[in-house]
Design a binder for this molecule. Structure first.
Ligand SMILES: *Cc1c(COP(=O)(O)O)cnc(C)c1O
Length: 441
């Protein structure tokens, strides 16, 4: 045991200094203590233990586990595991300005009295989507919860079996319905739902017709879907509310980017859907939040729900959301939202950037490939892209080396080639991508 160094000796090793900024002194101390405890246990058990190496490896693993930027070369633009939409400069600036000090978040500067947290952003979002009113909560899951809790608690909610989805992370529509105290009334079959099915299911207990976007799968073949306009008319006649969880929520016509047509928020509202719920960090390209847009009457009732207090967003989210919404107000400024810059990049642009990286590193070759929007939008749909392909003897090993590079770079593997898809890489990341690639060869 005497052979083991004291904690402070381990801490004075030169390699430690490099971790101080990312891990902090206390975490490093705890890792040193843990490594020493292991060494002691190994000694007692008569096993060999390379303390210095184990300590260095534990520091490296702890540093890799810190929240840090990575390069998304997967070709999936809205990647939930990688933080979804990158934020626009204007959104980040707004968060910094509002977050650094006090603001009139809930204060009306005119009379010098308490004001509303949501008023400004509600007005902007309502204008943007052509809706009467809008409300913002923590994410789209919270938006759905608020919808159901407000309108369907103790009542019946009709959902087509073809839309009883699990979105991911265990968020299943039937479970959320149950949680909110609504009674689920399923209609149709897995592949077909008709207006007559809905008509039959309506009862005095019905309060909601809920539609859900099929975010992560598509139905093909012998299928039939409900028509939103007919459904809206039926809802109106029957005095129930038609609401739609659109999830990703297309803002513009996605065919402009060579993608299939996707129902936009505006189209859903125009069809007569009373309330549409969408995510802030999917196709909107903004911060994590959930937006509810639609009829003033319905949104007024949700505003009065005490649950709203538990789902509310903070000032920096509101600042980022407002700034992002402002960028959506014209085609030109929309391109300042990173997601839309990536969606609109031409394959020529991607190829030129790829050629520069290949020339700089002397590795890989360019291949035409397909990128995906991801994030539960346009399931199965892909768009033209360009990737740097690296043929490695062991593709998994090479992908792992890229993940361990600085900055960590996430590639995808196709037919034993490692692909670095440039559509999901922002141009300002190219130099770092080249460095990571060169370091991993
Ligand atoms: C992604 C998605 C959600 C969840 O959105 P979050 O903002 O992550 O809470 C809900 N519904 C649908 C249809 C989705 O695609």
């Amino acid at each position: 045991m005497r052979g083991l160094p004291a904690v402070h000796r381990l801490l004075s090793e030169p390699a430690v200094a490099g971790y101080e900024s990312s891990l902090g002194r206390d975490a490093i101390k705890a890792i040193a203590q843990e490594s020493l405890d292991r060494a002691r246990a190994a000694l007692v058990a008569g096993q060999r233990y390379d303390l210095e190496r184990a300590f260095a490896a534990a520091l490296e693993a702890a540093a890799a586990a810190q929240l840090q930027p990575v390069i998304n070369a997967t070709g999936i633009l809205v990647h939930t595991n990688l933080g979804r939409a990158p934020l626009a400069r204007a959104a980040l600036d707004a968060a910094a300005t509002i977050g650094a000090g006090y603001s009139n978040l809930e204060y009306d500067l005119g009379p010098g009295q308490r004001g509303s947290r949501y008023e400004r952003v509600s007005a902007r979002l309502a204008r943007l989507f052509g809706a009467q009113d809008a409300l913002v909560v923590n994410n789209c899951a919270a938006a759905v919860l608020l919808l159901l809790d407000t309108f369907a608690r103790g009542r019946e909610c009709i959902v087509a079996r073809s839309e009883l989805v699990e979105i991911g992370g265990g968020f299943r529509i039937p479970d959320v319905l149950e949680r909110s105290g609504a009674r689920l009334v399923e209609i149709g079959t897995t592949n077909k739902a008709r207006l007559a099915d809905v008509e039959r299911a309506l009862s005095p207990q019905t309060s909601l017709l809920l539609r859900t976007h099929r975010s992560n799968f598509s139905l093909e073949g012998f299928v039939e879907d409900l028509d939103s306009r007919e459904l809206a008319a039926l809802a109106q006649r029957s005095g129930v509310l038609l609401v739609e969880d659109l999830g990703s929520g297309a803002i513009v016509d996605m065919t402009a980017f060579g993608l299939p047509r996707e129902r936009t928020v505006g189209a859903a509202l125009a069809d007569g859907v009373a309330v549409v719920a969408i995510s802030g960090d999917k196709l909107f390209g903004g911060p994590q939040c959930g937006m509810l847009v639609g009829s003033a009457l319905a949104l007024g009732r949700m505003r009065g729900n005490p649950l709203l207090r538990a789902l509310r967003v903070d000032k920096t989210t509101l600042a980022m959301l407002d700034a992002t919404a402002r960028l959506h107000e014209s085609e030109r400024t929309r391109l300042e939202i990173p997601l839309y810059a990536m969606l609109s990049a031409s394959t020529d642009d991607l190829r030129r950037r790829g050629e520069a990286i290949v020339a700089r590193t002397g590795h890989g070759r360019l291949v035409a490939t397909r990128a995906a929007v991801g994030g539960g939008s346009l399931p199965g749909a892909t768009m033209e892209s360009t990737a740097i392909a690296i043929e490695a003897n062991d593709a998994d090993l090479f992908a792992r080396r890229l993940r361990n590079a600085r900055p960590p770079t996430i590639a995808r593997i196709e037919e034993r080639s490692v692909l670095l898809d440039l559509r999901s890489v922002q141009p300002h990341e190219d130099a770092a991508l080249a460095d990571a690639l060169a370091a991993s060869i």
